[in-house]
Design a protein around this ligand. Structure first.
Ligand SMILES: Nc1ncnc2c1ncn2[C@@H]1O[C@H](COP(=O)(O)OP(=O)(O)OP(=O)(O)O)[C@@H](O)[C@H]1O
Length: 249
């Protein structure tokens, strides 16, 4: 059964085509990475699924999604409301999706979610303001808020790009654990092929709003069919090696 099915998705802004006839399917519980350079249409594709496209963008094509979706964004600093304690954000989100629960139950659920996403001393941290937390902790709060809606599909838009490499690895590990524990499907967007390869078993490569190639991660990485995918792989390897030199220097 598919959690998500996208068919002939085309997005335009005036005369400009931003995403061109994109089709893909996401089986329940599967993990799909969407990669491509900046401007290739990855974020807009996710936003189409979530139903939060910018006003100027027009959508054609069909998106079938019976499953509950939740989205995690790149910049937890801007996605979090600075005037709301992080526990209140998660408890409110929980309550919106579990309307029969009391405020006390919602708070207990928020503490439980904080615990699940690896926030230490969860009950005390409920009272923290966003600015009191590190980038990694803020992203954990955003993931807890997404989980408060009991999603079947987690949509991640470059969730680790703003984080340093060590914290990035921790958040990727957390996402891997959550996906396997909850049997959730995930679509993970990144310009970084290595990041996507570490959390997803399927890959979809995009360029200029079009599908370049897609398939099982292992096959596409081992035997890329398209020159663009080969170039992406080479660029990724070069960047990783440069990072390594930086570390060794
Ligand atoms: N609100 C908008 N109005 C008009 N065009 C937009 C809007 N948002 C994005 N675009 C354009 O749509 C194209 C795809 O953007 P999108 O953000 O989906 O790319 P992306 O692959 O996610 O890149 P990035 O990694 O830089 O976010 C780009 O050319 C971008 O300039």
């Amino acid at each position: 059964m598919n959690a998500l099915s996208v068919s002939g998705l085309t997005l335009t802004c005036g005369d400009t085509t931003l995403v061109d006839d994109l089709s893909f399917e996401l089986p329940a519980g599967a993990t799909l990475g969407i990669v491509g350079e900046s401007g290739s249409g990855k974020s807009l594709t996710l936003r189409s699924v979530m139903g939060i496209l910018p006003e100027a963008v027009t959508r054609h094509g069909e998106i079938r999604c019976e499953a509950r979706t939740a989205m995690v964004f790149q910049e937890p600093a801007t996605a979090l409301n600075p005037t709301m304690r992080v526990g209140d954000l998660v408890a409110r989100t929980w309550r919106r999706h579990h309307p029969d629960t009391s405020a006390r139950e919602a708070r207990a659920a928020a503490a439980e979610l904080f615990d699940q996403v690896g926030i230490d001393d969860a009950v005390r941290r409920l009272r923290a303001w966003p600015h009191e937390l590190s980038g990694g902790m803020r992203q954990r709060v955003m993931i807890a808020a997404a989980l408060a809606t009991d999603p079947d599909v987690l949509l991640c838009d470059e969730p680790t790009t703003a984080l340093d490499v060590r914290v990035q690895a921790q958040i990727l590990q957390l996402l891997r654990d959550l996906v396997s524990e909850r049997g959730m499907a995930m679509v993970f967007v990144s310009h970084d092929l290595a990041v996507v390869a570490s959390v997803c078993s399927q890959i979809l490569v995009m360029r200029h709003g079009r599908l370049v190639e897609s398939g099982p991660m292992d096959r596409v990485l081992a035997v890329p069919q398209e020159q663009y995918t080969r170039d992406l792989l080479a660029a990724n390897l070069a960047r990783r090696l440069a990072d390594r030199e930086g570390v060794l220097r």
